[in-house]
Design a protein around this ligand. Structure first.
Ligand code: F6R
Length: 243
């Protein structure tokens, strides 16, 4: 595990964006595993800026996102497809047909999960997986559980997760109760993982995830077992790790 300490959220975003752009430069047709949420927004902004300056070219890149809400159409303001389109894809030269998210509107959710696993396998796996960290230690939408779920699956979102995401909806009732998420196996099979964490409110959970026991009760703790994990976090998020 390599921990890269950033001074601030902006610094974390730049450092993480550097890792992603290096990946794209080294392998122009790489498969990027992407995430949504507040933490990664600054990373996408930085990458867009470098793309506009001509420093990075996404024309060959393929992408697979971690997760999507069930029963939110792709053009719904709060769907992760919409998030990716407006915060990243529409501002760079990635080919839209090379961007993938689980389809939360699929008729059969189970077969959609199988389709997504087959898709990732067909792409040859993920070269670099970007991750944020949930307040309860979730990665993707792999919520605390009694066992690690290996494959793409449908998950009942925990109240803490729905509350955290309610800030984007008019009220908490509108936050979907289910999501499709890539499983732990697909995430762990990524050749490299980039975990990005910012802010004092994530300090305790980050410490547990990186130094506590590896347990499905804290899904992110499995990342300790990954042979090529890079953590980019700001001083506030790292505060309890060095105390
Ligand atoms: C989103 C995702 C989630 C977020 C996590 C942190 O695609 O997979 O695991 O990364 O909930 O979210 P923020 O960054 O909003 O704190």
């Amino acid at each position: 595990m390599r921990i890269i300490k950033a001074k601030s959220y902006g610094d974390m975003s730049r450092k993480a964006a550097n890792v992603i752009s290096a990946q794209v430069i080294l392998k122009s047709n790489c498969v990027l595993g992407l995430a949504t949420g507040a933490t990664v927004l600054g990373i996408y902004e930085q990458l867009i800026d470098w793309y506009q300056k001509g420093d990075v070219d996404f024309s060959g890149v393929r992408s697979v996102n971690l997760d999507e809400y069930v029963k939110l159409p792709g053009d719904h303001e709060q769907s992760y497809r919409h998030y990716m389109d407006i915060n990243f894809f529409h501002h760079i030269n990635i080919r839209m047909e090379n961007t993938n998210l689980p389809n939360g509107m699929a008729e059969g959710i189970e077969s959609e999960c199988h389709r997504y696993d087959a898709l990732i396998e067909g792409l040859g796996g993920i070269d670099l997986q970007l991750l944020g960290l949930g307040h309860n230690g979730h990665i993707g939408f792999n919520e605390p559980n009694e066992a690690f779920e290996k494959l793409t699956h449908c998950v009942q979102l925990k109240d803490i997760t729905r509350k955290a995401n309610a800030r984007y909806f008019q009220d908490e009732d509108q936050v979907p109760k289910e999501a499709i998420t890539m499983g732990i196996k697909s995430i762990m099979q990524a050749k490299r993982i980039l975990l990005c964490v910012s802010g004092a409110h994530k300090a305790e959970i980050l410490k547990q995830v990186l130094t506590g026991p590896v347990t499905p009760a804290l899904p992110g703790s499995i990342l300790q077992m990954h042979p090529n994990l890079i953590v980019v976090a700001d001083e506030e998020a790292l505060a309890l790790l060095y105390d």
